[in-house]
Write a protein that binds this ligand. Sequence first.
Ligand SMILES: Nc1ncnc2c1ncn2[C@@H]1O[C@H](COP(=O)(O)OP(=O)(O)OP(=O)(O)O)[C@@H](O)[C@H]1O
Length: 333
Amino acid sequence: MHDVIEVENLSKSFQSRGKQVEALRGLHMRVKEGEIFGLLGPNGAGKTTTLRILTTLLSPDEGRILVAGFNVVRESHRVRAAIGFISQKGGTDSLSSGRENLLLQARLYGLSYGAARKRVAELIDTLDLAPFIDRLAITYSGGQRRKLDLALGLVHKPGLLFLDEPTPGLDPQSRAALWEEVRSLHAAGTTIVLTTHYLDEADHLCSRLAIVNAGVVVAEGSPAQLKQQIVGDVVTLGLSSAARQAEHLLRPHVRELRLISEAEAEKLQVYVENGEERLPALLQLLNSAGIAVHTISLSRPSLDDVFLRQTGFSFKDAEKQTPLWEGNHEAIL
Ligand SMILES: Nc1ncnc2c1ncn2[C@@H]1O[C@H](COP(=O)(O)OP(=O)(O)OP(=O)(O)O)[C@@H](O)[C@H]1O
């Protein structure tokens, strides 16, 4: 399968209140035809900025970026004809019905009135929109609105679809329904690129991922490949004191070890093969040095562990570092 997206050395900075924000610092990624490719990263990592550049809504400062074989800067009109884009906010007119929204979109893409009606009927059928399509969009639930957004992005039958955070705020059932839609679009031959900060969404939905942090890709591969980098189990020990001493004591006996400081306690994350078998011996070591362990958990490696390994902090902690004014970018543009 050939590459439908090639990104080399992509950089982008913004000026905000007299300060320079480096959103992307030399990002590389490749997407192959037929993938569901995820950009996974905490808030502020640079996912939306990347997507906006790939979809020609924002120009890069530097980098070579090809989408569907076209240069996003010099051939932006050709890129636009080849892709569909569903932004975080969606593109729905709330005071029109779903059907009117779809018909307008189809006409904007140049379809004749007859062809537009036919395409809209097809979309209503495939995405199961009939129960609500003739109501005003303002009355839709979150899941119904997101389905309409999806239909709007598909009107011109793009081979490459971009979805910026497809599921925030959706209840688990609507999330699962949307994942199903994405999977069936994929099965029908559409290449899909989505951003998410949900680890489970990336893990279950994407065939390949780029983990983005602070404007660069820190790891790329299938969820299984990424997790295979971490061999063995993850044992997390909560300690109220003597964390450094514990780290020193355990290091020679384990594959890898990380100390995570949290407000109320310190945690030691220990990577070992056969965690269940090794745990009693590790606890014995700590016990004989008089170090109290107050919580213990044992888990298989997750994408969170991959993130921790690559960045030195957990996904949850990275999310907490989001600037207060995040989410208000449009106002600054
Ligand atoms: N228009 C803008 N003006 C100033 N700074 C911006 C602008 N757009 C993005 N940024 C900054 O660039 C960085 C990357 O933002 P971006 O929206 O790409 O992150 P993200 O990974 O999509 O985050 P989220 O998951 O919250 O959407 C952040 O520090 C953000 O505050």
